[in-house]
Write a protein that binds this ligand. Sequence first.
Ligand code: PMP
Ligand code: GLN
Length: 383
Amino acid sequence: MSGYGTSVFEVMSRLAIEHNSINLGQGFPDEDGPLDVRQAAADALMTGLNQYPPMLGIPELRQAVARHAKRFYGLDVDWQREVMVGSGATEVLNDCMLGLIEPGDEVVVIEPTYDCYLPIIRRAGGVPRLVRVTPPDWTLPRADLEAAFSERTKLVLLNNPHNPAAKVYSEDDLAFIAGLVVRHDALAVCDEVYEHIVFDGRRHRPLIGFPGMRDRCVRIGSAGKTFSLTGWKVGYATACPELLAPIAKTHQFVTFTTAPNLQAAVAYGLGKDDDYFQGLSDEMCAKRDRFAAGLARLGFGVIDCEGTYFVTADIRPLGFDGDDVAFCRHITVAAKVTAVPVSAFYMTDGPEHFVRFCFSKKEAILDEAIARLEKLFGARENA
Ligand code: PMP
Ligand code: GLN
């Protein structure tokens, strides 16, 4: 791993701590998720779920994942053969790459990429084929995507809703991707950790529900985002038995199991009523609106945010003399507000004047961050 630096999230979080700044870099909420879910974990811990659980996950959680798929997406899932629990979406993504890729296989990925994607594809022997989307509209270039597929394509790794683009792929784009996967006899690994954080009446549509995808897709979710408990690291994969088998074999040699008390609580959480899930989106959407309006008032070029915890902003209107990396350091030190540079999500030559802010924070914190940035840059007339 000597060719890789420390993750941008860790670098910026350390800098934020060092300068005692408001950390809107790394994506995590500053309020823990529902009390009843945390209580369920505490109860499970005190009443005995503390030894190795079954390798695929406790039956209650696998059943809950299957029921959740039926309730939200109308998918019929066999909890015994088609669901696996892992230690966060991150572990499950690793399991997928190690379990599904043979050295030399090509993996189509849309850039900007979430930080672990390229390292895990490469360590698994895969060859990334990058397709680039760029702000402000992050439009999927279909011809490029089509050209990235070849007879060596093993799979496409799709993040939807997309971090950091905050984009929810349209029905049309998803159908197009599904068509390419079928045509090239490939697979799709779908990182859908933000499935319940989509805004403005949008509905998340898992690729696995598209024609031809049921037996070609791995769908990955995470309790971290769905219950605002990012430190728990409980993720789950849903896939047909033939696809799940090599993923589960990898899991057995990586972590083997995941904390059983947390699994029990997540099983409980996935059964919460629809109001909970709608409430999560509504709350995050209100935070987005508040923070994005503040950034716009300061003159940032705010990019549309359709889902996730993140809003991207163009820093050029502020007249700062430097790139996105310098800007993020500057505001950390001078305003005590931290963001992450969007160029960090590109392998090379990414756009250099966009920064990503995480808005899953208390309103008072978001307001304070805007006030601090305003002190540094001043508000713009007519912004
Ligand atoms: N995928 C994406 C796109 C993410 O933003 C994150 C960060 N939460 C993860 C995966 C990792 O999820 P987990 O914490 O469950 O490993
Ligand atoms: N998903 C979070 C983000 O995009 C970070 C998780 C991590 O630090 N690895 O900010």
